[in-house]
Each structure stands twice: as C-alpha cells, then as structure tokens.
Design a protein around this ligand. Structure first.
Ligand code: NI
Length: 186
C-alpha cells in the first residue's frame, strides 16, 4: 500500500517518535508499505512520521543513486529503534530535499561520519559506521524521528525567504507527483 506523505506544518513531523516493541503488529507489511511509498515518490529515504506514524523506524534505498565517489550498491536498509551513537569528522555542505517539503532543496552542513545502533528488519542488533552520502541520508532520516527537518539548519535569512513556499506546502498548494496530506488544506 502506498501512503500519502504528510507534509510540512503537520505536528507529527515535530514530535519525537517512540521506540516500537518486537511484537509491533504487522511490522513486515508496514516496512513493505514504506518502501512502496518511498519508491512511488522517487525518494531515497522515508521515516515513519512522514506517513503519519510516530514510531522510530525509517527505510533507505539509495541503490539507484549514481555517485562517482561512493558505491551505493547494497544501501537498501531498514532501521528500527535507531540510536545515533556518534557523529564524527569534518562538516560539509550537501544539497538536501525532503518528500515532506516538496520542491525545496537547500545546502545543509553536517558532519561526515555517523555511528548508528539499530535493529534490522529481522530484529538483529547492529552497530555500523557510515560516511559521505550514506551518512547524510541516515542523518536526515534520523532527524525525522526526533521531530527535526533539514530546514531547521538554514540561516534565519534563508528561512525567511522560504516562508511563503512553506506556507503554501502546508496548504497543499504545491505540485507533486505523489499524494500528500497537507495539514492546512481546506
Ligand atoms: Ni525528509
């Protein structure tokens, strides 16, 4: 099932999501639905709050992303109850976008490397380190679970410049190729 994507202005995107128990109902189906929803919207990452579920779960698939410096094959993953253990390395800027903030892309500065502890879809405990674009995708999706959005990192000036567009998004007044749930749509 493809869910509509919750967009900017919905309070669920600002809540800290909660861990899920091992007996969380129909988890495999939900994970499949999240991948289907992400693919339908041509995204490379999707966090559960973006489909209206305030739980600590996100999926990524950047295997189709063609990167010259980085091998993205195999970077299709499910992160359950993740915990960011550490962020290391130099800060670097990279242009980010978000399915919940359609048609806005801005440079965001983050650290190069992350260590993340999580459970995979088979509930195996893992702790891994990622750098570069992979770290970037993880940092962006992880932020969703803490109620943070990439626009929070922008300068006050940039934010002011985006205000009108963000208001339009929350009213559903934005062109997307996927179904959205806009909080202020009349
Ligand atoms: Ni996002």
């Amino acid at each position: 099932m493809v869910y509509p994507i919750v967009v900017y202005g919905d309070p669920i995107l600002r809540k800290r999501a909660t861990d899920i128990p091992r007996d969380f109902p129909a988890l495999p189906q939900l994970i499949q639905d999240m991948f289907d929803t992400m693919y339908a919207a041509h995204g490379i990452g999707l966090a559960a709050p973006q489909i209206g579920k305030s739980i600590r779960l996100f999926v990524v698939d950047a295997t189709t992303l063609e990167e010259e410096e980085e091998d993205m094959s195999g970077f299709k993953k499910v992160f359950i109850n993740p915990e960011l253990v550490d962020e290391l390395g130099n800060k670097w800027a990279f242009e980010e976008g978000c399915l919940s903030i359609p048609n806005i892309r801005e440079n965001v500065t983050r650290q190069e490397t992350v260590r993340i502890r999580y459970f995979d879809e088979g509930w195996n405990a893992r702790e891994e380190e990622y750098s570069g674009i992979k770290a970037r995708i993880i940092q962006h999706e992880y932020d969703h679970l803490d109620g943070k959005l990439f626009i929070d990192y922008l300068s006050p000036l940039k934010k002011r410049m985006l205000k009108g567009k963000l208001t339009n998004i929350s009213k559903g007044d934005v062109d997307t190729e996927y179904r959205i749930l806009a909080p202020l749509r009349k």
